[in-house]
Design a protein around this ligand. Sequence first.
Ligand SMILES: [Zn+2]
Length: 577
Amino acid sequence: MNRHFGVTSDVLLGILARVLQLILPTVFLTGGYLMADTSLTDRARSFVAAHEAKFLPLDRRAGLAWWNANVSGKDEDFAEKEAAQNAIDTALADPKAFAELKILKEAAAKGQIDDQVVRRCIDVLYLLYLEKQVNPDLLKKIVSKSNAVEKTFNTFRADLNGKQMTDSEVRKVLKQSLDSIERQQVWSASKVVGKKVLRDLTELVHLRNEAARQLGFKNYHAMQLFLNEQDGDELIRLFDELDELTRQPFRAAKAEIDAALAKQYGIPISDLMPWHYHDPFFQESPALFADLDAPYKNADILQLCRSFYSGIGLPIDDVLSRSDLYEKPGKSPHAFCTDIDRSGDVRVLANIVPNEYWMSTMLHELGHAVYSSKNIPARLPYVLRSESHILTTEGVAMLFEKFSKSRAWIQKMGLRLDNPREFETAARKINQNQLLIFSRWCQVMLRFEKSMYENPEQDLNKLWWDLVERYQEIRRPTGRNEPDFASKIHIVSAPVYYHNYMMGQLFASQVFDKIVKELYPNQNPNDVSFVGDSRVGAFMKQKVFAPGKLYDWRQLTRFATGADLNAKAFASEFQTR
Ligand SMILES: [Zn+2]
């Protein structure tokens, strides 16, 4: 049942992959003949077909409900969204279906299913059903606890001497105020939510661990990683590598930021505290150095997206025609892309205004849109007709989003830049700072969550600040002993997820690096914009989109880039600071 090949070294895996390529066809042929049980293969095939027949309408209903709820914000649409999700959960929890799946999964592991595609379907479905095989009462308790915590988050307002502040008001003060005392008060007030949710969150962590143990895992963190075909030790090795490669460039970037902030506030650098960093968690770069909005002030963001994506051979006009792209009352203020039916009904929700943020966000969402059933071959079975992994689709989206800060891209798209060289220097610095700051923040999130689920009884307040000091190099306020970790909503509502953003970034850098080497061998990567080059779309279709979920994320990374996922290409983006 163990699907994890431990990562040894690039070289060893490279050899292993080549050896497998050489011997696999023979194994399939002889193995198929000698060992595979036709009845088991047929049984697996019918299970997959039955799953598809049952889930296609359920998934479509949930997809549409999700879309409608986010577009309208109406209570009845949210109720339908919840009902549709419950119908899916109930179907996945079916113990009879799971019992059959378990037999098929074991048969697949023993090589008794001789069709690679069917075997992969069984592996994918096994993980999907496994998650829901928890005692239903426990599952209900977990859902209601996490709803309670989310509700506390939604209704929480920072209280500043009796004055209630919304989240965006808090952020505004942290972006603009030059008064250190005001900053400290607002920052501290925003952290009080941690204290309010602490009891529920502590219970939730124990319940989640209990569920994981019911399914035979050490703890909830290990289970979530397993369900996503990842492994804790392997992740830590990757993040250690990333830590090494980013530490010096991060220090250099932070020194420059610290100097600029200290100057703004009129204080010595040594007096900078967590509340001086614009973002309450220092997960984003402070707004310094340049305004990137200028080229987009009069730009037609949609037209730019249309012409860019069609120029690289991945047109998205049909997606835009089904999308909901501008602000309106009740609508979600965020942005997302959704594949409703895995048959090409792909849509984007957005709230476009002409600035750099929305240029970048639209390039990002449409990156998800091109990596969908629009370009994943329809011949793949329904179960495999989606992205390989959350990290690979985030990676593709990140690969395209970065062009909004590219001088070469802006010019090739026909936008005006008053001072291209100045823009390029500033934009590259902002981009590098963002990647570095976000990467150090992801270190804190991954390591905190892993350690919290492994040992929830430890001093979590201390663990949090130890990690913040070590990876973000921000000093803990003297004598502070508060549950500040609990003020980060992802710890509650998107557990064991954050590392995928970081790994997506590594994937993006690695794929970009591969494209540059293959298609633009003699060009400076900063001048590569993809504009008007249909070879890019062909590469993406063939090397990234075509396998759908037939390859897991490790296999896909090797297939697309010739190497295991690693931090080298990402780090090379900082070697020219
Ligand atoms: Zn995304």
